[in-house]
Design a binder for this molecule. Structure first.
Ligand SMILES: Nc1ncnc2c1ncn2[C@@H]1O[C@H](COP(=O)(O)OP(=O)(O)OP(=O)(O)O)[C@@H](O)[C@H]1O
Ligand SMILES: [Mg+2]
Length: 377
């Protein structure tokens, strides 16, 4: 087991005359035994970061330590890491079983032990029926699981898994995701797992490190990054459907603090500590307000707002039934609000909908490019 630490790590590539910054400046401490998920959109530098930890890519600046040892110049084979990357890199002349057992054979592990481990991993990854086939005879999904199996069969200090489930169908992906989580709980080996799938990240991680444009945006437990996103980017990247972001205008009037959200004045005063929000901001300044679709209730006609929660009405633009729930897109003035509900009382497109949102669960962000969160609790 091992900790992994990245200090001011940077990676630039030269592309013709241009310099491409793949990773701008990353500081990250991955704890011993932790399952850390690197999450971010395509091109944000996830694979580059992984490849630098693995030693497959030289770092431009900064330091990487594995178990407190500086590994900047250490060969990948001497870092005791097991990798499964999106490109499978399987041994084409070997069967699937031989691929799985290769590193154990190289270490002269007794054959009976190898066979037992191979069959256990093959069972977990549902590869039993293809064990005597060669990689060229396998589907992309089988090859990917084989590559993952070849990493998991080892007993390394650190697992580095870069989108190891991306070529699997949705059902299998969910199943194997749970297996990886279970396996990690059992082994407690440090694991760095890359994905651009936020649900996968939330489901798997002990902590999530969210990246964008070669920089870390926030690092925290799934609950921390979901409930207290550091900025608008993190807020809207996590959660399905995505958090609604609407403009709001602050106003203060003789000690009462309110914010105008799509034309509706919402009094925020009962909340404990608004002083920081309102001393930092002049009245009439604009904010970005975040409302999660799950924090919106659909009111039936006769109801009025209990405990003075704000109501907003609009016209339903789209109704989507997704099995157990309904997703509503409601047009409110110039904005569209997405909400999710267990039932919608027969509401249809074109009908009027009255939405109530929980003002204790509103998120506030700076109305600028960085969109940093403004805390008000
Ligand atoms: N060998 C290379 N030469 C030049 N630019 C590169 C090279 N490898 C990566 N890049 C650039 O660095 C940036 C980060 O790439 P990286 O592969 O790390 O992204 P990623 O987050 O893994 O994306 P994805 O989710 O698509 O796999 C991209 O802009 C990419 O074009
Ligand atoms: Mg990648």
């Amino acid at each position: 087991m091992a900790s992994v630490s990245l200090k001011n790590v940077k990676k630039t590539y030269r592309s013709g005359l241009e310099e491409v910054v793949a990773v701008e400046n990353i500081n990250l401490d991955i704890m011993d035994g932790e399952l850390l998920v690197l999450l971010g959109p395509s091109g944000c530098g996830k694979s580059t970061t992984m490849r630098m930890i693995a030693g497959l890519e030289k770092i431009t600046a900064g330091d990487i330590h594995i178990n407190k040892r500086r590994v900047n110049d250490l060969n990948p084979s001497r870092r005791n890491i097991a990798m499964a990357f999106e490109t499978y890199a399987l041994y084409t002349h070997m069967t699937a079983a031989e691929n799985l057992g290769f590193c154990l054979r190289a270490r002269k592990v007794p054959k009976a032990e190898i066979d037992a481990k191979v069959s256990k991993i093959a069972k977990m990854l549902q590869l039993e029926s293809i064990l005597d086939k060669r990689p060229s005879e396998l589907s992309g999904g089988h090859q990917q699981r084989l590559s993952l199996g070849r990493a998991l069969i080892r007993n390394p200090d650190v697992f580095l898994l870069d989108e190891p489930l991306s070529h699997l169908d949705a059902k299998l992906r969910v199943q194997i995701r749970a297996e990886i989580r279970w396996l990690h709980n059992k082994l407690n080996t440090t694991m760095v797992y890359v994905t651009h799938d936020q649900i996968e990240a939330l489901a798997l991680a002990d902590r999530i490190a969210i990246m964008n444009f070669g920089n870390l945006q926030q690092v925290g437990t799934p609950a921390e990054v979901f409930d207290r996103p550091a900025n608008r980017y993190v807020a809207t990247f996590l959660g399905e459907p995505a958090m609604n972001i609407v403009p709001g205008v602050l106003s203060t009037n003789q000690g009462t603090c309110s914010v105008n959200i799509i034309g509706k004045d919402v009094n925020l005063s009962p909340a404990k500590d608004l002083t920081s929000l309102f001393t930092a901001k002049a009245p009439d300044s604009t904010l970005s307000i975040g409302i999660r679709p799950q924090d919106i209730t659909l009111m039936t006609g006769s109801e009025t707002s209990a405990d003075q929660q704000p109501l907003i009405s609009g016209i339903v633009k789209v109704v989507e039934f997704i099995g157990e729930k309904y997703i509503l897109t409601t047009r409110v003035k110039d904005e569209e609000i997405v909400s999710i509900h267990d039932s919608i009382n027969g509401l249809r497109e074109g009908d009027k909908a009255v939405l109530q949102f929980d003002k204790r669960k509103l998120h506030f962000f700076e109305d600028n490019d960085t969109g940093n969160a403004i805390r008000w609790e």
